[in-house]
Design a protein around this ligand. Structure first.
Ligand SMILES: [Zn+2]
Length: 399
């Protein structure tokens, strides 16, 4: 099922992004005459894409029929992270109808993880939320070849290199599948449902285990020549030589080696073991007693909230380094908005304050004059909404 021409594709996207609208409004938006828009909408109804949803309020003259995307349209959004999987079912307007998640380890390889994914999709559909699926979007924590629908040399995904994620899930679910980097799908989620709804050019910075940046240009994700645009975690900061931490990529002093979730956990552990932070030392003892694993970035956040000076210092230093990189990106790209999300963004306002102060101080005033730098408001849902948006862009187009 595909729209047959560009007019139909535009009408479908207007309905996806703006909700039900009258035939008159849609005709104005796509600059088609009343009769032509009626022909296209009738055809879309025959194809099963749209349905009539009553009469619009009168704007003088005859009342116009309201059109909506078909209530039976269903997309599946899948966000595969380093340590968890999120799956959601959405309707045509990408509203969440059901959502399930489970811990997972992406290092266990594609066969194990995709089995878990299919299991979760089954659970999400169990209550009849999606008798039929019209498209499946997938985010993975690594670079992706759009052409092959497969990860390409993903550093934290052993066994996934060139694994046909798109074709495997497509065969299992019987629907078109699109695969992209997890940061890109989160950027798409922000564009569709977050603070970025009215913005066409933005940067979405994800701080998770690592750090990445989704680049949205003119309302579309910019992926670069080989799909690794926005890999800002490996930009070098503070080139102070011997003291720079070594990164998973083999270089020293990368942004994420200073300040990803993994780096924060490492620094928290060191501060606890050396006794520099009494709070973190006690937390570590407690974790060891419970057998609940080593300290995490989230522990640093809690410690900072209680005023622990070491934890506050870690967040400030990290925010400062992130701010340095962002200041350069802002001068280079001149975005209309910067959104910071991902698990470690839960560190919240201390982090945000530090990032803002560096960016506003270092970037050119013309670039930062009207530049909001905000935390994501979508919480954990940006990825699944964005994944659904990714595949809907494809399903609702003619190509
Ligand atoms: Zn690196």
């Amino acid at each position: 099922m595909r729209p047959e021409n560009g007019h139909q594709a535009r009408l479908l996207r207007l309905l996806r992004d703006g909700g039900p609208q009258s035939r008159a409004e849609l005709g104005e938006a796509v600059e088609l005459s009343k009769s032509k828009v009626a022909i296209e909408l009738d055809r879309l109804a025959e194809l099963g894409f749209v349905e009539t949803a009553g009469l619009a309020a009168s704007r003088g003259g005859r009342r116009s029929h309201v059109v909506a995307l078909a209530g039976s349209l269903r997309f599946v959004g899948i966000d595969i992270g380093a340590t968890s999987i999120d799956v959601a079912i959405t309707d045509g307007e990408l509203r969440l109808l059901s959502r399930v998640s489970a811990p997972a380890d992406v290092r266990e390889g594609p066969n194990t993880v995709l089995d878990q994914v299919l299991d979760l999709v089954g659970k999400a559909r169990a209550d009849g939320a999606a008798p039929e699926v019209h498209g499946v979007g997938v985010g993975v924590p690594g670079p992706v070849s759009q052409r092959d629908g497969a990860p390409v040399v993903p550093p934290i995904m052993p066994g996934w290199n060139h694994f046909p994620v798109r074709d495997t899930l497509g065969a299992a679910l019987g629907a078109p599948v699109m695969v992209d980097n997890d940061v890109n799908i989160m950027a798409l989620g922000e564009l569709h449902a977050g603070t970025a709804r009215s913005v066409r050019d933005l940067l979405f910075v994800k701080i998770g285990t690592g750090i990445g940046c989704g680049i949205v240009v003119g309302g579309e994700v910019y992926r670069g020549v080989t799909g690794c645009a926005g890999d800002i975690g490996h930009i070098q900061v503070d080139d102070t030589g011997a003291s720079s931490p070594v990164c998973t990529c083999g270089n020293a002093g990368c942004l994420e080696a200073w300040f990803g979730g993994a780096a924060l956990a490492r620094d928290a552990e060191a501060a606890a073991r050396s006794g520099r932070s009494v709070w973190l030392a006690e937390r570590l003892q407690q974790r060891l007693a419970e057998g609940s694993g080593p300290l995490t970035a989230a522990d640093v956040g809690v410690a900072a909230e209680t005023g622990d000076p070491v934890a506050v210092g870690l967040i400030r230093d990290g925010g400062h380094r992130l701010g340095q990189v962002l200041a350069s990106l802002v001068s280079f790209f001149n975005p209309g908005l910067v959104v910071i999300g991902g698990g470690v963004a839960g560190l919240g306002h201390q982090l945000l304050a530090e990032v803002r102060s560096v960016v506003y101080r270092r970037s050119l005033p013309l670039a930062t004059g009207n530049l909001p730098i905000v935390l994501s408001e979508l919480g954990g849902t940006a990825g699944v909404i964005g994944a659904a948006r990714l595949v809907s862009d494809s399903v609702l187009s003619t190509a």
